[in-house]
Design a binder for this molecule. Sequence first.
Ligand SMILES: Cc1cc2nc3c(=O)[nH]c(=O)nc-3n(C[C@H](O)[C@H](O)[C@H](O)COP(=O)(O)O)c2cc1C
Ligand SMILES: [Fe+2]
Ligand SMILES: [Fe+2]
Length: 396
Amino acid sequence: MNGIKKVTEKISWIGGSDRRLERFENIFPIPEGVSYNSYFIDDEKTAVFDTADITVSDQYLDNLKEALAGRKLDYLVVLHMEPDHCSLINTVVALHPEVTVVGGAKTFTIMEQFFPEAKEFNKLEVKEGETLSTGTLEFSFVAAPMVHWPEVLMAYEKSTGALFSADAFGTFGALDGGIFADDYDFEKDFLGSARRYYANIVGKYGMQVQAVLKKAAGLDIKMILPLHGPVWRKDIAWFIDKYQKWSTYEPEDDGIVIVYGSLYGHTKSAADAVASRLREKTGKGLKVYDVSGTDVSYLIGEVWRCKKIVLMCPTYNNGIYPPMAAFLHDMEALAVQNRTFALAQNGTWAPATVKLMTEKLAALKNVTVLETNLTIKSALHSGDEEALEAFVDAII
Ligand SMILES: Cc1cc2nc3c(=O)[nH]c(=O)nc-3n(C[C@H](O)[C@H](O)[C@H](O)COP(=O)(O)O)c2cc1C
Ligand SMILES: [Fe+2]
Ligand SMILES: [Fe+2]
């Protein structure tokens, strides 16, 4: 049974979705699953854009066989050498030894590291600006270095306006029967996953994404075909605008997020008190997360969305509570910028985390740490009401 879906008359989706993998890259939880997209070109020549992860190999190889319908495979184009799209390269070449593998110079260096047998492949090396013709379709290559690997290429097909964008514009989330973003309520079904995918996987490379967006601005893009998640053919500008914001580290909205750590519940109670007053005073919703119970990839996603981040942290052996330290470490590693932080500390004998977190946040660019902070001595007390109000007002 094939799972092929037509994108255009000559371009088909032949990928697969995985709903069993617990963590993408063995790091990021993906309860929503993930799709590995591969695109088949049914033209005078046949071509495939990227393979798929080995976890979907049965369906993928079935799809490819059915798409070929007995024809030979002329080209296997490799836009990105990460194994989630490449673990079947050797299998596909073994099945179609006559195929020409198309990629950049760096692509082939990396390919030979993963697959020594790639030395023997028929290869066609392409550079930015060069084209590959399959007869009626012509693909021109656009370099996208460090989005998010060094060798990444994108391919643009002029007659259809299709941009094969590699991992850019991708998202976590299995495809539930539809391959187009407009098959879904994307904002409800995918936006959180798309943001979490972007922030954690591509987030560090905002400058490189900006460079690619500038190149893309010169193309008449009618469709975006990423390697994960749905294909875009409507409202493309809306999604590009998200990328514009995310890659310039502009907050997506003026939201507030509270992330607290708490060993025994007292800092948590204080976080609830801050949240409740913020909601009363602003009339707006906000999100509260327990840093210990929330995978840090979700917190990073929220950092990309929100303008203001409230960190409420116990002092732990004179240091930052370890799960909060891990969150701060990730923000630094992913080069978070342009955010406002409000800090609260708890300590039973020597509260120190406002100072310690401020020092950590100093590593981030264009970040404001509010001067008004909140100190909790073990628990909030009625006498702290004034300080609590001042803290909430400073956040607003
Ligand atoms: C193992 C451990 C180490 C702690 N280290 C410190 C510390 O170095 N300085 C301090 O002022 N409080 C320290 N505390 C107290 C906590 O910062 C905090 O006041 C207490 O856990 C109450 O807040 P909670 O209910 O939100 O956990 C420590 C608590 C624990 C259990
Ligand atoms: Fe990748
Ligand atoms: Fe990928």
